[in-house]
Design a protein around this ligand. Sequence first.
Ligand SMILES: [Fe+2]
Length: 182
Amino acid sequence: MDQAVAERLAGGLLAPLGDRWRHVQAVAAAAREVSGAVGPGDRDLLVTAAWLHDIGYAPEIGHLWFHPVDGARYLESLHAPHRLCALVAHHSCARIEAEERGLTAELAPWELETSAVMDALCMADMTTGPQGQRFTFDERVAEICSRYGEATVVPRSINRARPILQESIDRTVERLGTVQPR
Ligand SMILES: [Fe+2]
């Protein structure tokens, strides 16, 4: 599955959701912008994963009501490449929210990839607001906490994940700084 197919698939399922679609379009654009931080052979995968990372919010698909796993399961059902499904399953430190929700076993079919692609995907998602705004990471975290209410599972997870997410962003920025012009 390439980025053009992913864009069509995501658009078909998420465009009716309005803001979610605006967010996904902006995350795909951000992923393209930071794609210099990953190897040339992984750039299409990065942008494809960005288009699909929130596909688990699509109302039409099967639901466990945990969007990283819902998205990965849906993509597996379409026979999407396993690595792509694993990026979606684990995007933006989903393992911590899975732990908070008691869904670690449901996430287990997909191994956690530790890579420049995962870092860049994380940066694209965590610097894009819920309506596609360009946010700093701190603004993104603050917005999530105010949207969900401090004491709930999502802010609790994001606060636990925060140092890990920050490291992903820092590594991506560093890689972008050392990219050699072609
Ligand atoms: Fe997202």
